[in-house]
Design a protein. Structure first.
Length: 246
């Protein structure tokens, strides 16, 4: 079961509101399902396909991790597809407001696979005995200097043949293409009801909080971390998802 809250995201509609750095607080939690659907092109596809991949890669007796689980959309999608015995989905998020709401949504779900939610920093959380790890729109919020060590820890924790799903906002080396994809992303937001004021407010709020990188940077880091191969399986404008194999 996913959060089908009808609460509209109007957090950046007030022209007098000072943006401030973006935080995953209770205000964001209340509108998060609407916010992410209207802000991230291809979000529903990535979440649904993460579930299908879990059905293929989850191993009996292993753990499947949803790092930066927010309200558990990926966790629930994976839970619907995992059929092997003794598998545990572990969702980790540093926001207590996110974890609290996620616990409520998990409790309403009828899935059989065990789910364990942890409030904590993924940089300090144990990752072990993993057949699959998901970082859906999470690494972009991790400090640049910490990203390599996190991916190395994930690679070390994965079983041979295990998989990482890494979904991110990305930048393009060619400035013309980069600006085109930024403009297309803004058009996507306008088509989903956001005003120019809201788009500008969100952009100012998230600057230096969400730090995107290029696909080549992600591929090189994954290789350096110990993954045998990786490539893009889904992309829409400046949002992409990569599969990396152990």
């Amino acid at each position: 079961m996913t959060d089908t809250s009808d609460t509209l995201d109007t957090l950046f509609s007030d022209p007098l509101r000072a943006p401030g750095p973006f935080r995953f607080d209770n205000d964001v939690v209340a509108v998060f399902p609407d916010m992410i659907r209207r802000s991230v092109p291809g979000y529903e596809t990535v979440i649904a396909m993460s579930g299908l991949l879990a059905g293929r890669y989850a191993r009996p007796g292993s753990c499947v991790y949803d790092l930066g689980c927010s309200l558990g959309a990926t966790t629930l999608s994976m839970r619907r597809h995992i059929t092997v015995p003794d598998c545990t989905i572990i969702g980790i998020d540093s926001s207590p407001d996110m974890i609290k709401r996620c616990q409520e949504l998990i409790a309403m779900d009828a899935g059989c696979t065990r789910v364990e939610l942890r409030e904590g920093d993924i940089l300090e959380s144990e990752i072990a005995n993993a057949s699959m790890v998901v970082l859906n729109y999470t690494l972009q919020f991790v400090p640049l200097q910490e990203r390599q060590s996190l991916l190395r820890r994930i690679a070390d924790a994965l079983m041979p043949g295990g998989i990482l799903v890494l979904s991110e906002k990305v930048v393009f080396p060619d400035e013309t293409l980069n600006q085109l994809n930024i403009d297309l992303h803004h058009d996507f937001k306008r088509a989903h009801g956001y005003s120019d004021l809201e788009i500008a407010g969100k952009r100012d709020s998230i600057e230096n909080v969400l730090v995107p990188e290029s696909l080549d940077q992600h591929r090189q880091r994954l290789s350096d971390a110990g993954f045998s191969s990786s490539d893009v399986w889904f992309q829409c404008f400046n949002f992409a998802s990569i599969i990396a194999l152990k």
